[in-house]
Design a protein around this ligand. Sequence first.
Ligand code: SAM
Length: 278
Amino acid sequence: MAGMLYLVPTPIGNLGDISQRCRETLEQADFIAAEDTRVSLKLLNHLGIKKSLVSYYEHNKAFKGEKIVERILSGETCALVSDAGSPAISDPGEDLVKLCHEAGIVVCAIPGPCAAITALSISGQATGRFCFEGFLSTAKKSRREHLESLVKEQRTMIFYEAPHKLLTTLQDMAAVFGEDRPISLCRELTKLHEEVVRTTLGEAVAKYTENAPKGEFVLIVAGAPAEEKEVASEADAAARVQQLMDEGLSRKDAVKQVSKDLNLPKNVVYDIALKDSE
Ligand code: SAM
């Protein structure tokens, strides 16, 4: 009978955050696949657990993934851990989970620490709707393209960032989202120097230009205000109606078409078109 893959989240700073269930899973697994075996060994020593460790990280994951799947198919149970937080969330693991599903192996994720969710909940930004954007690319062009694709995003956005790239990222964000956009910089979560700086992108750039950032950060950026979107679609709707009328359609037919295209009620598009023609 095949074994199983367990995804075991580990503390993002405070060792007290390891749960009883994670501890038991690590104890009971036949082997542990770890992003960095030296980092995980420290945790296992702290927990008093002795277990066979194999490395599974970005640059060996293609080869090691197959080996891990073979071991699980032969009946062993594997616990996957990353350096900190939930495996497979901006961490190696995503591919292994996919491989296991493809091989018919049961995957069980144990809930636990995740920097993104910890930061979101403490950020003071809207939590009702959010999107996780992970790390931005180190290449300037793709970083800008990624941010530009989010200009109209109204949901709260979550980013991971390394301290040495933080200032450049904030500068790019301020250039794309505007200096007034609110941001919560959540630093060193669950650690001694935990801090949440609630500010704007412009002020964050000024702050970290003066004092170099230290520690680990999650950036929680407020979404674009809804009004901006309404204004944009109003201008867009008026322009589209005008364009169709220029092409020969009656106002009534142009309104009908634009209301369908933009999924807006006909009377709203009609009012916008009238206002625009005054
Ligand atoms: N899988 C992990 C998780 O779910 O929390 C995230 C791993 S990702 C490689 C590492 C990034 O998570 C860091 O660069 C930082 O952005 C964020 N992070 C991890 N621990 C943190 C902490 N204690 N405080 C703030 N951010 C943290």
